[in-house]
Design a protein around this ligand. Structure first.
Ligand code: MTE
Ligand code: MO
Length: 224
């Protein structure tokens, strides 16, 4: 397949104002407390505020992919590239995890009950090559983000399709989104469709717009 066919373009009308505002926050270091949290002692990371509802945050395009057309691809530095239909994805071993959400725009939400496939399980099926060290995600809205492969393989990271017992709604990234609770939530792509394993890191949408490459809420890695 030619390289350009693997690109998912940024579709529709982006929320330019929101993107500008968030870039401005990065430039001015908004919300930074200068503290370092202790995940073994505290539950709320520095500078965060607890919410009870679940805010929606994205670029303003909430793609509506039919069950038939949806695909999840795992490719790049793997020995067995995957291209799963939704039925194939649902047939993989399922787990449940409860975790907290920490968004860089300051809200945190405790005790979210997720069901889905362990990222470790999915990546294992694709058999990563020795030299794979990083991961780049692409979503159906064109959003991208990046992680070290090791972060994806932890036991609390899911390709989730249910939240609190119900299918994850489109606005929250359904049918399938990543949930990676140890990092700020921008590292958890909604509507994920492609996972590419890489030798070198490839910063994503927010990471090239002033946001931290790693995003640990306990170290307040908001901007960088
Ligand atoms: N595909 C996609 N994933 C995304 C985003 C996005 O714009 N597009 N926004 C990120 C950000 S900044 C946050 S805080 C969370 C928000 O998820 P929620 O809307 O379910 O709360 O999704 C992350 N994943
Ligand atoms: Mo966010």
């Amino acid at each position: 397949m030619p390289e350009d066919e693997t690109e998912v373009p940024l579709t529709g009308k982006l929320r330019d104002k929101l993107i500008e505002t968030k870039q401005e926050w990065a430039r001015t270091g908004r919300l930074l407390t200068g503290e370092t949290g202790d995940a073994t002692r505290d539950r709320l990371p520095p500078g965060q505020t607890l919410v009870k509802d679940w805010p929606v945050l994205d670029l303003g395009v909430q793609p509506d992919i039919s069950r038939e057309d949806w695909r999840l691809r795992v490719e790049g530095l793997v020995q067995a590239p995957l291209r799963l239909t939704l039925d194939e994805f649902m047939a993989l071993p399922q787990v449940e995890r409860v975790s907290d959400i920490h968004c860089v725009t300051q809200w945190s939400r405790y005790d979210n009950r997720w069901q889905g496939v362990l990222a470790r399980e999915l990546i294992g099926l694709a058999r990563p090559k020795e030299e794979a060290r990083f991961v780049s995600f692409t979503s159906y809205d064109g959003y991208t983000t990046n992680l070290p492969l090791a972060a994806l393989l932890e036991d609390d990271v899911l390709f989730a399709h249910r939240w609190e017992g119900a299918p994850i709604t489109r606005q929250h990234g359904g049918p399938v989104r990543l949930v990676l609770p140890k990092l700020y939530f921008w590292k958890s792509p909604k509507w994920v469709t492609r996972v590419e394993l890489l030798r070198e890191d490839r910063p994503g949408f927010w990471e090239v717009r002033g946001y931290h490459n790693n995003g640990d809420p306990w170290k307040e890695e908001r901007y960088g």
